[in-house]
Design a protein around this ligand. Structure first.
Ligand code: HEC
Ligand code: HEC
Length: 436
């Protein structure tokens, strides 16, 4: 009896040891940029305030709503011009959207971590010592002043995107400036948005209290939004975090088996490595594509390839962090998969999954836009190029093993993130209606 116990003890010790190489160190608050709470509170109000949009009709929260895991729960969003939230969002006669947004609105968890050096699913906002103020922005939108992080820089982009928040030429001054390619100059899109905020007495007074008496700049708005996102959506108190901190009872047996697969034979940690389950790199896993894409006519989205111009980067997207992933369905850069089970199975056999992809799981708003939602998937040559780009060899797992992996992904959830910290504002300084 005693011998059996010893053997089992040694075996489980070995399992723990072989995993220990790959299982990350615990994440702590020291891994995150410090946050100014007065700025974070300002950022909270700005995040929900349609004042930042050209036609005063959409806020960051419309697509990144805390009640839907900081997303809109759809494959592709409907941007400015539409009304209501999530699946209920619909178009009205006024300011009809021209197209769906080309990519899935991603979750905003843990973006305040120092490790996050690039943002957007293709990394087009990226720390780069050669770029103005150390952050490379998309062409024409260089920073004019320093910001503390890529997160603060990123926040400037949706404001000047016609489909996301700015609106279309002829509708408002922000949209006209964007159409003229004027972002940061006098009369530019960022300049107009900043004036609107500066001319609001409540925002002006609160910003002055933090920044002192100087003119407000768009980068101050970016900093406030970044402090809010960094604080409110920090997600580092999950069962897995408690496990890493030493509480070996924090994971149940299915979650433990899933972790062992994830950091072992399933090969997930080859890309989803490190404390936040991402190598912050770019890979192709041969995802099905839908919607307008980034190229007219073909509707294709080359991902990282469109940023670097390198053919080998085609169809590569940033490895997503998997924290709170259970809350951010649908999955993939265009939300092609409705469930975690579906996207995990895709990884195990990208070629096969692409061939047998079930379009009925796409969560698209029921509106007629000139999108050609399935132009890519109807193009055999394009689908073959996507399939051939996939960087993972097939892995064979049983159904119970896949269920264990999904159980482990569930254990990456910090239920407090986006829920029990600042919460949504009661009312907005602009007096505009709030998306609840
Ligand atoms: C119409 C929907 C929509 C609105 C409004 C919107 N976003 Fe997004 N957001 C997206 C989509 C889609 C992406 C992915 C874009 C890409 O990769 O090209 C994204 C990406 C991001 C990212 C990068 C996430 C990552 O992991 O790289 C951040 C941060 C972000 N948004 C913050 C904001 C903020 C702040 C606002 C308001 C100023 C905002 N968003 C408004 C849809 C939206
Ligand atoms: C070759 C690198 C690589 C490997 C190995 C890998 N992934 Fe991924 N994973 C990615 C990339 C890149 C994406 C996003 C792809 C896209 O949107 O086109 C992704 C997406 C995901 C998503 C969807 C996340 C979201 O927010 O949409 C989940 C869940 C996921 N992976 C889990 C896993 C699991 C579980 C494994 C192991 C079975 C695994 N991955 C192995 C690179 C990888």
């Amino acid at each position: 009896m005693r011998r059996v116990w010893v053997t089992v003890g040694i075996l489980s010790l070995q399992a723990t040891l072989s995993l220990a190489d790959d299982v990350p160190e615990p994440v702590t608050h020291a891994d995150f940029a410090p946050v100014d709470m007065d700025l974070a509170l300002l950022g909270r109000d700005l995040f929900f305030d349609p004042l930042l949009s050209g036609n005063l009709n959409i806020s960051c929260a419309t697509c990144h709503h805390p009640s839907m895991g900081t997303t809109d729960s759809m494959s592709l969003s409907l941007g400015e011009g539409a009304e209501a939230l999530g699946p209920d969002r619909h178009v009205t006669a006024r300011n009809r959207p021209v197209a769906r947004i080309a990519r899935n609105a991603p979750g905003l968890f843990n973006l305040g971590a120092f490790d996050v050096r690039s943002l957007m699913l293709d990394g087009r906002v990226e720390a780069d010592p050669d770029a103005p103020f150390g952050i490379r922005m998309p062409p024409g939108r260089d920073l004019q002043r320093p910001v503390p992080s890529v997160l603060a820089a990123q926040a400037l982009l949706p404001l000047s995107d016609p489909d996301q928040m700015a609106g279309h030429p002829g509708e408002n001054a922000v949209a006209d400036a964007v159409a003229a390619g004027n972002y940061s100059g006098p009369g530019g899109a960022w300049f107009i948005v900043t004036s609107r905020v500066a001319n609001n007495p409540t925002y002006a007074e609160r910003f002055t209290a933090v920044l002192g008496n100087r003119p407000l700049d768009i980068t101050d708005i970016g900093r406030a939004l970044a402090d809010y996102i960094g604080h409110e959506f920090m997600a580092i108190d999950s069962p897995f975090d408690r496990y890493l901190a030493g509480d070996k009872t924090a994971l149940n047996s299915a979650q433990t088996r899933g972790m062992e697969l994830f950091y072992g034979p399933a090969g997930c940690a080859a890309c989803h490595s490190g404390a936040l389950q991402t190598d912050h790199g770019f890979h192709s896993i041969g995802m099905p594509q839908m919607g307008p894409g980034l190229v007219a006519e073909t509707h294709v989205d080359l991902g990282r390839g469109a940023v670097t111009g390198l053919e080998e980067d085609n169809y590569r997207f940033r490895t997503p962090s998997l924290r709170n992933v259970i809350q951010t369905a649908p999955y993939g850069h265009d939300g092609a998969y409705a469930t975690l089970d579906g996207v995990v199975r895709h990884h195990l056999d990208p070629f096969g999954a692409l061939g047998s992809y079930d379009r009925s799981q796409a969560r698209l708003h029921d509106v007629t836009l000139d999108d050609g939602d399935w132009t890519v998937m109807d193009n055999f040559d394009e689908v073959m190029r996507i399939a051939m780009s996939a960087e993972i060899a097939p892995v064979s797992l049983t159904d119970p093993q896949i269920a264990d992996l999904v159980a482990f992904l569930d254990a990456l959830t910090d239920p407090g993130a986006g829920k029990d910290r600042l919460g949504p504002p009661d009312r907005l300084p602009s007096g505009l209606p709030l998306d609840r």
